[in-house]
Design a protein around this ligand. Structure first.
Ligand code: COI
Length: 355
């Protein structure tokens, strides 16, 4: 297969929003990446085209059985004006794992990386410059064969779209209020909680809406078997600091292996902090709160970055964390990651790739 990417430029270009007006995922750039797959032929015709709706058969498998995977990564404009993607290879790897679990044929990892870099290169002018803003990259693979039998499809579409974004939560960096749910579950071991596939997000909506109506920003999921151990938030992984120990749930297949999670763990280990990837029950967190040792709670995610949690409510009991203020380690992690992303600090781990 030729991996030369054809480029067709848009005839008219859209106006760019001001950095100060950027929300999350509402504005899309002028171009998108596309590539097709047919059984027997493999992946073919990688191309960049004007951003536009595409034709999809009403019988397309993705619409009925959700055979789909996606990713989310970001491009940043550094203080030196250069544009860099944050850990794109890690996202390529995760997309490959997700695709395998969803019976989607593998992409050539080099071509996947090239799809991000070439598209962001074409749309470089769209990368905002203010710290806290970025160009969000959304690669997606859908099963587009028109067929209603339940089996892996024989045709797929891979596409990448770009969206200039600001903070994911309307609160920005203000601590969020989270409801711990035990009425609904997100994932169980052996299921698909550990892969980035659409159904996980659709399945989370009902509980999230209930929580929103009750005044919370998000829900914290407990494990699906005991409804006891902390899992993740759905849009981010969770980290808890009790005494001197930072605890985050282990990767047992029920939570997403977050790229920001990995970056935060790497940094904290370098800072010689006590970091444990282990199960933590909600009761352990409640007890620590009662004893005054629950110091900080934060979420990590590409969209959410490092997001302080100011309140956790479980069975009607509200735990205010660090007086509802952003904690010192949460702040330090946010600052360290942001400094690397915007090239304000050296990138000792080679996490960024210049476009
Ligand atoms: C991300 O952090 O990139 C996500 O995919 C979370 C959410 C916006 C779906």
């Amino acid at each position: 297969m030729s991996d030369t990417i054809r480029i067709t430029r848009a005839a008219t270009l859209k106006p760019h929003p001001k950095d100060s007006e950027l929300a999350f995922g509402t504005v899309f750039t002028d171009h998108m990446f596309r590539m097709d797959y047919k059984e027997g032929k493999g992946w073919f015709d990688p191309r960049i085209e004007p951003y536009a709706p595409f034709l999809l058969e009403p019988a397309a498998a993705v619409l009925h059985y959700a055979q789909e995977v996606f990713e989310g990564l970001k491009a940043f404009r550094g203080v030196d004006g250069k544009v860099r993607l944050f850990r794109p290879q890690k996202h390529v790897e995760r997309m490959a794992n997700s695709a395998k679990r969803m019976c989607i044929p593998p992409l050539d990892p080099e071509l996947a990386l090239k799809s991000f870099l070439t598209l962001v290169g074409v749309e470089k002018e769209w990368v905002p410059a203010t710290v806290g803003t970025s160009l969000y990259v959304r690669p997606t693979i859908i099963a587009n064969e028109a067929f209603l039998g339940v089996r892996p499809a024989h045709a797929y579409l891979y596409f990448v779209i770009l969206s200039p974004v600001g903070a994911y939560y309307p609160e920005g960096m203000a601590p969020v209020k989270i409801l711990v749910v035990d009425k609904y579950v997100r994932a169980v071991e052996g299921g698909v909680g550990g892969v980035k596939t659409a159904g996980n997000y659709a399945a989370s909506l009902y509980a999230s809406e209930e929580a929103k109506h009750a005044g919370f920003t998000q829900v914290l999921w407990l494990d699906g078997v005991h409804r006891k151990y902390i899992d993740e938030v759905g849009t981010m992984n969770i980290m808890v600091k009790i005494g001197d120990e930072v605890i985050t749930p282990p990767l047992t297949g029920t939570i997403l292996p977050g790229v920001t999670r990995d970056s935060a763990l790497t940094l904290m280990r370098e800072w010689d902090l006590k970091v444990s990837e282990r199960q933590i029950s909600i009761d352990e967190a409640i007890l620590a709160h009662k004893q005054g040792t629950l110091k900080e709670v934060w979420g990590t995610g590409t969209a959410a970055v490092i997001s302080p949690v100011g309140e956790l409510t479980y069975k009607g009991e509200k735990m205010v964390i660090n007086g509802g203020e952003i904690g010192p380690l949460t702040r330090k992690l946010y600052d360290a990651i942001v400094a690397i992303q915007y090239a304000q600090a050296p990138d000792a781990h080679n996490w960024t790739v210049e476009v």
